[in-house]
Design a protein around this ligand. Structure first.
Ligand SMILES: [Mg+2]
Length: 249
């Protein structure tokens, strides 16, 4: 922390995956949940026009994948049951491939939203995170998130953690609507939207390219390396491993 001018810092801006939350939360928890719930979700919403149109979009994507020689599972439309089974098999196939297909992403988002609402899904944060939030709030510092996950997904995650609802600590959530996390311009926009000069921010992330983006517009920034055995990348010996020593009392 020696390169950080702590007295200047008014806003702590945090990356989520790999920083506040285990990097594999999405792969270990969210994706398997969507895979498991896809069939029951589609059955429960078979009369919902919005879901119906998402399934039609899936069908079009399926044709494209077939044409591109990707060999997706077969698709039958002869009965409603056959169409449902086809969309489930294809959707699960897409999830395994970490597809960015928009209709799949929408379906996944809706399934996760239900899962968080019913508390079957809970957000996950490292144990030092709630402790640090409490400390930084006591110091009258502002806490904000910046993640490539949608603002809605970020809010669901922090609302449902096993440490309780952490959203009251968080003043703002930013996603890629402000721009890519590697672009300096994104950090400039965030600073402007909170009406603080960039050097009043401390950005924390596990991605060197994001740290560079923040530094390039004059934010203070520090790399977070969470894995117990993970060494920081070469030249990044300032890295932190938890929030415990970030702006201590
Ligand atoms: Mg990250």
């Amino acid at each position: 922390m020696s390169l950080i001018d702590e007295s200047q810092i008014r806003v702590i801006l945090l990356d989520i995956e790999g920083t506040t939350t285990p990097v594999d939360f999405v792969y270990r928890t969210l994706f398997p949940y969507a895979t498991r719930k896809l069939e029951s979700f589609l059955r429960a919403h078979s009369q919902d026009p919005e879901i119906h149109s998402l399934v039609q979009d899936l069908r079009s994507q399926h044709d494209l994948d077939e044409r591109d020689g990707l060999e997706p599972p077969g698709w039958l439309d002869n009965t409603e049951e056959a169409r449902l089974r086809s969309s489930v098999a294809y959707g699960q196939w897409l999830i395994v491939r970490d597809s960015k297909c928009t209709s799949l992403k929408s379906l996944q988002g809706k399934i996760w939203q239900q899962g968080f609402a019913s508390r079957e899904l809970r957000g996950e944060v490292f144990p030092d995170v709630p402790v640090a939030f409490e400390r930084w709030q006591r110091q009258k510092r502002t806490i904000c998130m910046y993640s490539s996950g949608s603002v809605l997904a970020q809010q669901l995650l922090f609302r449902t953690t096993t440490s309780g609802d952490l959203t009251p600590y968080i003043s703002a959530f930013f996603d890629t609507h402000v721009g890519a996390k590697t672009e300096g311009g994104s950090y400039k926009k965030i600073a402007a939207s909170l009406s603080y000069a960039p050097h009043r921010f401390l950005f924390i992330s596990d991605a060197v390219k994001e740290i560079e983006g923040a530094l390039s517009v004059g934010m203070q920034a520090i790399l977070c390396v969470r894995g117990p055995g993970d060494a920081p990348p070469h030249g990044q010996d300032q890295a932190i491993h938890s929030f415990d020593n970030v702006l201590p009392d």
